[in-house]
Design a protein. Structure first.
Length: 133
């Protein structure tokens, strides 16, 4: 540590200030998760309207949140854009509007197990997810 201080003190004042700012910036971002964006591409091929929520499997977060859902009419396609944490695992839950017993993915409230309904937040978009009868 003594050698570092000797080198640090021998630097001109502006370089010392820049080094302090750089060190503070690196330290302040070290504990933060990197953010990314991902788009879920959903297509409703069911004859009825469908409601969709997206659930983080790594933290308690739901999209769109606030007791809202993404709504897809029959035959409608929608790109759902999310800001998420890099590497975060996100699963979709979808169900027929007014009928939570007919569902896809993790279903309403993220309560069901699923295969192939989760994606890693790493930018880009999912393949088209077809909600079929």
């Amino acid at each position: 540590m003594g050698g570092f201080m000797l080198i640090f003190n021998s630097l001109p004042v502006m370089r010392r200030a820049a080094l302090v700012v750089l060190t503070a910036t690196i330290c302040s971002t070290a504990g933060q998760a990197l953010s990314a964006d991902v788009s879920f591409v959903m297509r409703n091929e069911h004859p009825n309207a469908v409601e969709v929520e997206l659930y983080s499997q790594d933290r308690k977060h739901v999209w769109p949140g606030g007791n809202q859902v993404y709504y897809l009419d029959d035959g409608e396609s929608k790109q759902i854009h999310l800001s998420c944490q890099q590497g975060e695992n996100i699963c979709y839950g979808a169900w027929v509007s007014g009928d939570k017993q007919t569902y896809w993915g993790t279903g309403p409230n993220n309560k069901e197990a699923c295969e192939d309904c989760c994606y890693v937040c790493s930018g880009g978009e999912t393949e088209e997810i077809n909600l079929i009868e």
